[in-house]
Design a protein around this ligand. Structure first.
Ligand SMILES: [Zn+2]
Ligand SMILES: [Zn+2]
Ligand SMILES: [Zn+2]
Length: 201
């Protein structure tokens, strides 16, 4: 049974709860009003494409757009298969364009080579996943909103990275300094690769 992120207070609640015990949000009514009745189906934002699945819990209202998520008619696997169908023939084209074989292509995919996406964009005439979302949500999907959301998510991730308290660099290293050799106890220390500051927390 999946948990749901309460659209109102963002607390995790059980998906069968009638209302959020913390803020009183009427969960079942919300789900019913928005046609969400099968949590095994692929659920996502029809505007920015944000995925409903969020580290084990389900987001039923897009935090970025402030609108209800939509339940597609496909299971998560079916949805992935449907997307993969739109990529039929693309790997062959990429190999042809770059004059490489299957082995090199797989190596490029594994190493996250950005050339692959560039080639896909050229072959499909746009980012294939964005084109796929546009096809799924022709009236609501907005590519610019997806880009804005991804940019915001990137900034949030960067903001969460630990930083050097002196120069603000994220190029820091954690190490363990022994405080008592006999008992083997140690403290966690950090040092900054950029300015050399060393600190404890
Ligand atoms: Zn709540
Ligand atoms: Zn959204
Ligand atoms: Zn520093």
């Amino acid at each position: 049974m999946k948990d749901i992120i309460c659209p109102e207070c963002k607390r995790r609640i059980r998906s069968y709860e009638i209302e959020c015990s913390q803020c009183g949000f009427l969960l079942q009514k919300y789900l019913q009003d928005n046609g969400i009745n099968d949590l095994n189906k692929k659920i996502l934002c029809p505007r920015c494409g944000k995925e409903g699945e969020l580290s084990g819990a389900l987001e039923v209202k897009c935090e970025f757009c402030g609108i209800p998520m939509v339940q597609t008619k496909y299971s998560v696997q079916e949805f992935a298969n449907k997307y993969n169908d739109t990529l039929k023939g693309v790997p062959e084209k990429i190999m042809e364009n770059l004059s490489i074989g299957m082995f090199e292509l797989e190596k490029m995919i594994q190493s996250g080579d950005t050339k692959i996406l560039e080639e896909m964009i050229q072959i499909k005439g746009g980012n294939p996943y964005e084109l796929f979302l546009k096809e799924q949500f022709p009236n609501t999907f907005d590519q610019n909103e997806l880009k804005k959301r991804e940019e915001q998510e990137k900034q949030e991730t960067e903001a969460r990275l630990p930083r050097c308290p002196r120069c603000g660099s994220t190029d820091i290293r954690r190490w363990y300094a022994p405080i008592d050799i006999d008992s083997g106890s140690y403290v966690t220390r950090w040092s900054c690769e950029k300015c050399g500051k060393s600190w404890m927390n």
